[in-house]
Design a protein around this ligand. Sequence first.
Ligand SMILES: Cc1ncc(COP(=O)(O)O)c(C=O)c1O
Length: 448
Amino acid sequence: MPSVSEWAATGKLCHDKRVTTKPEHGLAEMVGEAHAAYRSLRPVSARWHADACKVLPGGNTRSVLHFDPFPFRVASAHDQVLIDVDGHRYIDFCGNYTAALLGHSPATVQAAVADVLNEGWALGATHPREVELAQLICDRFPSIDQVRFTNSGTEANLMAIGTALHHVAAVAEGSGDRRTIGVFDQAYHGGVLSFGPQDGPHNPMNVPHRFRVARFDDIVGLDDLFQPDLACVLVEPVQGSGGCRPASPAFLQELRRRCDDTGTLLIFDEVMTSRLSPGGAQQRFDVLPDLTTLGKYLAGGMTFGAFGGRRHIMAAFEPSAERSLTQAGTFNNNIVSMTAAITTLRHELDADTLGEVNDRGDRLRADLQAAFTDAGVGLWVTGLGSMLCVHSDDDRLVELYFHAMLAQGLYLARRGFMALSKAITDDDCRRLIEASADWAASIARTGG
Ligand SMILES: Cc1ncc(COP(=O)(O)O)c(C=O)c1O
């Protein structure tokens, strides 16, 4: 698999100049000092962490939230601000890994959910809100004629895969055993659908489907992927957790063409990327998949997932269909998520708002890259629109950057990932750019 710098050389950067200067000496010591400073200012979080570790292995129940020496614990969150139990305020550039696109505690969602709770919530029956939400989603995403809901993006991907395997088996009856799912290196489609390097070790948490891993954004590599046993391809148009790597339009177009030629179903995981335009990345790239999965921000931060696509494929869920599929889930049409999602789509995320958030992300990415490049530190920034990620070939540099930003009251994901919310302002971005430039200059002085 390519190193990040090789990968940067493929032209995915928002900025041309790449720099390799970095402090070779003392990085480990600097990381140790950063941890000590962090720890000394957060005695309450430290106590919570100690208590947590007794009953939650690792001290948490969502592995990505851990960082060294221990994560701060949040007491409250409003708009773009998190406040921790020690009283520190952070501008939140992590945005719950894209799920907090509206910012924290959005008033519209809060009011709508509070209202609907007066009418009951554990219904165990169908209700109008799921229909209203399905209509909004089908109107919004060009390739979705019909949709079904789940409780998470992971579940949506599992359901989409099952639907695709069923469809291809039904269409290709008698013409061989098509059960392989094409995926790409570094792809993350949920905790049980997580792929590292192309030839990397098997993830024991993954579901036992038959996967074939190809190199992301490598058109030539598709020759090996498209073998006769391939049933479907699951791909993110921009790999989010995989490092904010946008696919080239040519790659997505080639995937579409090959899927059409071979009767393979193309599934876009738009759990993160659907924020890139009102109709998702599929609209932005003008490549339509057969099935799409959604999640994260769409229910205004509430639990959510959905999968949908072409009517003739989704028709498998008709009770009258031959060998019809079922999709179970006690909370699939839960009132809170349905209501929150309706409010989000009706009142919070019009084209102008999404355009602004994504344009702000593009500007931030360019300005951050300029700050690192001008200082001569080996960090680079990838992504598209409101999804960004800071990388280095030396992970200690990202660790230092992360802690330096925390010390300035700026929170991003430990791995350098950022997802702007609509609550983030140009002033917030300016603070991050200035803090990054100051930090980069100080790093360059110590190790240049
Ligand atoms: C692209 C993508 N797909 C699926 C998922 C899984 O979503 P969830 O965490 O809601 O199960 C994620 C979560 O980060 C994701 O980024």
